[in-house]
Design a protein around this ligand. Structure first.
Ligand SMILES: [Zn+2]
Length: 122
């Protein structure tokens, strides 16, 4: 579903001009993310869930959140982000060194998306 300019303006303001996920301020070239993924079949140029192509199913997103969310659901995306710390501890020598020297301290906080922390009515 290609949004027209007016729909993009409405979407951009959904969370006060901020990314629904990380909360950063959105530029003009923000991404329109499908909250419930449509899951594209790139080979056949089709989508598995065309019924999800509605304006209500879009969140305004920065490019990096949209690319990282990919075709995940919200809970899959949340779990994906949670796993980053494990991955860093397992594979990143720089991360492990920075942690060892006290430059990084880990928390056990839950991953909260920006839109979950604000009241959209305000
Ligand atoms: Zn973001």
């Amino acid at each position: 579903m290609k949004l027209n300019e007016k729909q993009r303006d409405i979407l951009r303001q959904k969370y006060g001009g901020r990314c629904a996920y990380c909360g950063c301020e959105l530029g003009k070239s923000f991404h329109a993310d499908h909250i419930e993924p449509v899951r594209r079949n790139w080979w056949e140029n089709t989508v598995m869930h065309p019924e999800r192509e509605t304006l209500e199913n879009f969140n305004p997103s920065c490019a990096s959140c949209n690319i990282q969310k990919n075709s995940y659901t919200l809970e899959e995306f949340r779990e994906n982000i949670k796993q980053f710390v494990n991955s860093l501890n397992q594979y990143s020598t720089q991360y492990k060194f920075a942690k060892r020297y006290g430059l990084i301290s880990e928390t056990e906080i839950d991953v909260k998306f920006y839109f979950e922390t604000i009241n959209p009515a305000e």
